[in-house]
Ligand binder design. Structure first.
Ligand code: FES
Ligand SMILES: [Fe+2]
Length: 336
């Protein structure tokens, strides 16, 4: 009989991946509390502006470090004023001014980086890079962040919805689909190192983007870039947009807050330098708020990985491949 892990969540493969936790500009002088994979975190910025993510628990008496404040580039606990340097090490215990705290007097520190306008955190060491978003580096595309959206379902249910074309004609009727034109032409799916790739995906869309002037056949390409991240590019038929050079790519970035609650951002990359951010965000908002009630209605909220648990058609083969990927990658969080 093999020994069970000391703490079940420590065996969770998702801990070794990078996940977004907060919009970068939202972290200023005040520590912020967030949650990732059931782990409470405090985020704070040091004097150099570098972001840090620590367990939101003071090692002294367990108070929430997010109640504290940043003083002289160090994080000060709100309870007894212990001060912690960027490394996580306690450097001052005000009740004992001459005491030099040993290494064991440290906060629990997690790896942190900033990219795509977001702060990313990894709870365990691993070989995985940040999810790629090739459009981010395309100088011809403007980037706009949408969100966050707090959604009452698991991260994998949200990824699967992002990959799903068969709902366009119903959930997004008049926008991304039309009744009577709901057939899904066969498309190609293949596994990749980070998830799956679906190509040659076609949909008829009455209003495919902010600048659509008429309905169009739109070609989609979907790539799962991490367990809880994906990227789509969509190209409408020529001559169907007011902006002649319109093209776009959208990244879906999800923070798996708990197994059944998620925080969602969309990173838009669009060939449109004139529309206000708010107009681009409003289009995405319209689409996602059509998805949200259906997403939150799905039962169970976790994504079933047993192929017999729900029914599949050929039109669902991208989501079926995503489920197989999660299973193979040992991702259990938000699945059942
Ligand atoms: S609980 Fe943080 S300093 Fe005592
Ligand atoms: Fe949708």
């Amino acid at each position: 009989m093999s020994a069970a892990p000391a703490h079940p969540s420590e065996a969770e493969a998702a801990r070794a991946h990078w996940h977004p936790v907060l919009d970068s500009p939202a972290l200023r002088d005040t520590p912020q509390a967030v949650q990732l994979l059931d782990q409470a975190l405090v985020l704070w910025r040091d004097a150099q502006g570098q972001a840090h993510a620590w367990a939101d628990r003071c090692p002294h008496r367990g108070a929430r470090l997010s109640l504290g404040r940043v003083c002289e580039g160090q994080l000060e606990c709100a309870y007894h004023g212990w001060r912690f340097a960027q490394s996580g090490r306690c450097v001052q215990v005000p009740a004992l001014p001459d005491f030099v705290p040993p290494v064991g007097h440290s906060a629990q520190v997690f790896a942190t980086q900033e990219a795509y306008g977001l702060i990313w955190v990894r709870l365990a060491e691993g070989p995985h890079a940040l999810p790629l978003f090739p459009a981010e580096h395309d100088g011809g595309l403007r980037k706009v962040l949408c969100g966050p959206y707090d959604v009452a379902t698991s991260a994998p249910r949200i990824v699967e919805n992002f990959l799903d074309m068969a709902h366009f004609s119903f959930v997004h009727e008049g926008w991304l689909g039309e009744r009577g034109r709901s057939a899904i032409v066969d498309y190609a799916v293949q596994p990749t190192a980070t998830g799956i790739l679906a190509t040659n995906c076609w949909a008829w869309q009455p209003k495919s983007n902010l600048h659509s002037t008429q309905g169009a056949m739109v070609e989609y390409r979907y790539e799962v870039s991490a367990p809880f991240a994906a990227v789509l590019t969509k190209v409408p038929q020529a001559g169907t947009t007011a902006l002649a050079a319109w093209r776009e790519s959208i990244a879906l970035f999800i923070c798996p807050v708990t197994a059944e609650t998620s925080r969602v951002w969309f990173r838009l990359a669009v060939a449109d330098w004139d529309s206000p951010d708010a107009a681009l965000q409003a289009f995405q908002h319209t689409i996602f708020t059509q998805d949200q009630p259906v997403l939150e209605s799905q039962s169970p909220r976790c994504l079933p990985l047993d192929p017999r648990a729900e029914l599949h058609t050929v039109a669902d083969k991208a989501s079926a491949a995503y489920r197989r990927f999660l299973k193979g990658a040992g991702i259990r969080f938000g699945t059942c």
